[in-house]
Design a protein around this ligand. Structure first.
Ligand code: HEC
Length: 380
């Protein structure tokens, strides 16, 4: 190490913790204040002897945690009271107990991130190019079985010439001056050189290309292609499985696929009107479900109460009122026919509304009709 470098401190080597403590007390008596200790294992109570109070890191955590609590509460208040007020079960909009978990999480998040960052960056002054202590010739002993007392050069008592005399007690095994660590040539000169930057670009190009090729082609090579090499039928593709070369199988004559009931009156509205009855019993639950399905599938065209005032009316063919004499006099089967196969501009609903739900909707339509045109018998 060249002696021209700035001296940043000194380290004295002691054979035992007791000798170190004696040397430390001696140094403090002489008025040194910027002292530190290096030892292979923790020495309990040494921070007390060094005159160091507890770490200030706790205050950082406290302030950051309080900041997290405050910010999360302000954000929750702004979101739920101002920006997007949602009534949840009749609670006040800004119901703070409901948001305690989020507040807690943000408190922990802020406190932990601030603690880690400030521990590294502020309290330990990282990153650094290196530690002058680590470059000392005494470091090998210090990490093994010896104990060191370090004096910072910023100590008012410190003088490069006098420090050996100041620290040198009878127990001291050796004293070393610590020199400033300068960045290596790579950091100071080469990191922004064109050659190095080009090397970085080349490395990223090669790794991106390699990743791309592996993802794209390696999966198609054996043994990774086992998912592709399976016998299956793709829709609308020729098949090698069936003799006729077709993948999609035609319906067998005189059969009904599972889950599909044929509708017998597709071309026969009068037959549907005369022969079909509502198979779903009229219950409060059926009405409830019917209303739900009506609101989902019919309301935008026929309106909330079925009066033909849906929200789509300007863009779509106007849907008629369901309260006219015609529909009121229709049987349930006739309405079911319209829902199942459609009627002119009214689309068929067989695919999006299940059979029994179509019948439940009809119960609900009947209830709507009755609400506007109650028969006299209802008034008695
Ligand atoms: C896209 C809009 C639209 C939707 C959705 C819709 N309808 Fe219709 N509906 C119409 C139109 C338009 C007509 C008139 C058809 C015509 O001109 O014959 C109609 C006709 C009807 C009729 C016959 C009325 C008559 O006077 O001939 C009934 C009953 C009916 N709809 C019930 C329903 C029910 C119940 C639903 C929900 C499952 C529904 N509609 C969903 C647009 C719609």
């Amino acid at each position: 190490m060249s002696e021209s470098r700035k001296v940043v401190g000194a380290v004295a080597l002691y054979p035992s913790p007791d000798a170190l403590v004696a040397g430390l007390e001696e140094a403090r008596k002489r008025g040194f204040t910027r002292l530190d200790v290096v030892s292979p294992y923790p020495l309990h109570g040494i921070d007390h002897l060094l005159g160091k109070g507890p770490s200030k890191l706790g205050y950082v955590a406290l302030v950051a945690g309080l900041l997290g609590v405050t910010l999360s509460k302000v954000a929750q208040w702004w979101m739920s009271e101002v920006d997007y007020p949602l009534n949840v079960g009749g609670k006040p909009l800004f119901s703070w107990p409901a948001f305690v978990p989020v507040t807690f999480e943000l408190m922990v998040l802020f406190a932990s991130i601030a603690t880690v960052i400030s521990m590294l960056a502020i309290f330990n002054r990282l990153p650094q190019y290196g530690s002058s202590l680590l470059r000392s010739t005494l470091m090998r002993d210090l990490t093994c079985d010896k104990f060191g007392l370090v004096v910072d050069a910023r100590d008012p008592q410190f003088t490069s010439g006098g420090i050996r005399a100041a620290l040198g007690g009878s127990a001291v095994l050796g004293i070393d001056l610590l020199h400033e660590v300068r960045p290596s040539r790579f950091f100071s000169e080469q990191i922004f050189s064109v050659r190095f930057l080009l090397l970085l670009v080349a490395v990223s190009f090669v790794s991106v290309t390699a990743t791309h090729l592996v993802w794209k082609y390696a999966g198609a090579l054996p043994p990774f292609d086992f998912m592709k090499a399976q016998e299956k039928l793709n829709p609308q593709r020729a098949s090698s499985i069936f003799a006729d070369g077709q993948g999609m199988r035609p319906l067998q004559a005189e059969t009904v696929p599972r889950g599909q009931l044929p509708y017998r009156f597709a071309d026969d509205p009068d037959g549907a009107a005369a022969r079909m009855v509502n198979p779903v019993p009229l219950t409060a639950a059926a009405l409830e479900r019917g209303k739900d399905r009506y609101d989902t599938n019919c309301r935008h065209c026929h309106g909330l109460r079925g009066r033909g005032k849906g929200s789509l009316t300007s863009a779509f063919p106007k849907a008629p009122s369901l309260h006219g004499i015609k529909v009121r006099n229709w049987t349930d089967g006739r309405i079911y026919h319209v829902l199942t196969v459609g009627q002119n501009a009214m689309p068929a609903h067989a695919r999006q509304v299940e059979r029994d739900d179509r019948w439940r909707i009809i119960h609900y339509v009947r209830a709507l009709q009755r609400s506007l045109n109650a028969p006299d018998t209802d008034l008695q």
